[in-house]
Write a protein that binds this ligand. Structure first.
Ligand SMILES: [Cu+2]
Length: 157
């Protein structure tokens, strides 16, 4: 119990990990794999993906395939979905969410989904469990006409 509290305290003050470690690019196949770890650490009360809330910008060229690995570290249920904008409860692309995204994955569970980045625009990766997106549990997803996939921390100076 005490050891657990010490770990939580030491994580709380740490800078988030470099987001590039959560992006794998297969340029030959025009495919990216994005790993979204829900409740990665204690940042924002655990309402984060990969240690970030609101401030990650993923860029994927139109036409590429996006594979998402959504892992829930818990203790709450969480989900991952690509949606049009704030408050959207339906995926913006066919198949672009974990199963039953309003219910979410149990702690310790992982789900994968794949979709085609078929429309240019600005979207979100969000947790669709009620109240979590409002608690800033979302990233920005931008689908561009060309260029290369990337991920940036919008708060990095
Ligand atoms: Cu959540």
């Amino acid at each position: 119990m005490i050891a657990g509290a010490a770990v939580a305290l030491s994580l709380a003050g740490q800078a988030p990990p470099p987001p590039r470690k959560f992006l794998a690019v297969d340029a030959h196949r025009h495919r990216v794999t994005i790993t979204l770890i829900a409740s990665y650490d204690d940042a924002n009360g655990g309402f984060n993906f990969d240690g970030y809330s609101r401030f990650l910008l993923w860029t994927v060229p139109k036409g590429w395939t996006v594979r998402v690995v959504c892992r829930n570290r818990g203790p709450l249920r969480h989900s991952c979905a690509a949606v049009d904008n704030a408050g959207s409860t339906k995926p913006a692309f066919r198949g672009a969410s974990t199963p039953q995204p309003r219910v979410g994955l149990e702690a310790g569970h992982t789900a994968r989904f794949t979709f085609r980045a078929s429309k240019k625009g600005v979207y979100r990766f969000a947790c669709l469990v009620r109240g979590h997106e409002e608690a800033r549990m979302w990233d920005v997803l931008k689908i561009t006409r060309g260029g290369k996939p990337s991920v940036v921390d919008l708060q990095a100076k």
